[in-house]
Ligand binder design. Structure first.
Ligand code: C5P
Length: 227
């Protein structure tokens, strides 16, 4: 395929404290990874590389089997690394030769609508090297030091970054090959390598499951509506 999605799911989930690596914590009858893969496989056909904790590769394959449908042959699972960046690098190493556009997606953003994948792919196809879905910031923000507000921050010039983030494959490969520092997301790494990053609209449903409150929110969203 021309497009690939690297789904990073190798985090430990320390902040969630869900009793298992985060991607394998249950939302309803299904795990966070299961929900994430459902939206990945509902988006445009692509190679899918799931990056799982080394001890959970078999469990990740079970989730791929359960969600890929007729796209099973497009999906593989590889073991992740110490940091998110190591895990993305492991996923990039598994890309097939014909892939030209790469999306990197956090499994923890389990309820991301398939339309966001489409918007990101369309923006890369329109010629952007790197694309990030964003939401406006709703909170009033302060810069704080030692429990004192230093100044108000103008939120109108800020945006909250989500995933999937999309790239021309050559750009992302080169940025990863050159990276010497750790970045919290892939567009930051690519921007550090000197490339412009374009934004598209993100989605409220793409929120990242990090804390128990986030997990409760995801559970409420997927819960069946009582009759
Ligand atoms: O920890 P955080 O929620 O920011 O992680 C974002 C995503 O990166 C998660 O989906 C997590 O599974 C993944 N990750 C990874 N390998 C790591 C750390 C995080 O795949 N070593």
């Amino acid at each position: 395929p021309r497009v690939a999605v690297v789904v990073v799911a190798a985090g430990s989930g320390t902040r969630l404290a869900g009793g298992a690596p985060k991607a394998f914590v249950g939302v309803d009858g299904h795990t966070i990874l299961h929900h994430a893969l459902r939206s990945v496989f509902a988006a445009a056909p692509a190679q899918v590389v799931v990056v799982a904790p080394a001890s959970r590769v078999g469990d990740a394959l079970t989730e791929v089997d359960a969600t890929a449908g007729d796209r099973r042959d497009l999906a593989t699972v590889v073991a992740g690394g110490e940091t998110r960046q190591d895990s993305v690098a492991a996923g990039l190493a598994a890309l097939w030769a014909d892939v030209e556009v790469v999306l990197v997606h956090d499994a923890a953003r389990a309820l991301t609508p398939p339309e966001v994948f489409a918007r990101v792919i369309a923006a890369v196809d329109a010629g952007h090297d790197a694309v990030v879905p964003v939401l406006p910031v709703v909170d009033t923000l302060k810069r704080v030091a030692d429990d004192v507000v230093v100044e108000a921050v103008d939120r109108s010039v800020l945006a909250a970054a989500q995933t999937p983030q999309g790239f021309r494959r050559a750009v992302l490969d080169a940025a990863y090959a050159a990276a010497t520092a750790e970045f919290t997301d892939d567009t930051a790494l690519v921007q550090h390598a000197g490339r412009a990053v374009h934004t598209v609209a993100g989605a409220d449903l793409s929120f990242k499951i990090t804390t128990q409150a986030d997990l409760a929110r995801a559970r409420a969203i997927v819960a069946p509506v009582p009759p």
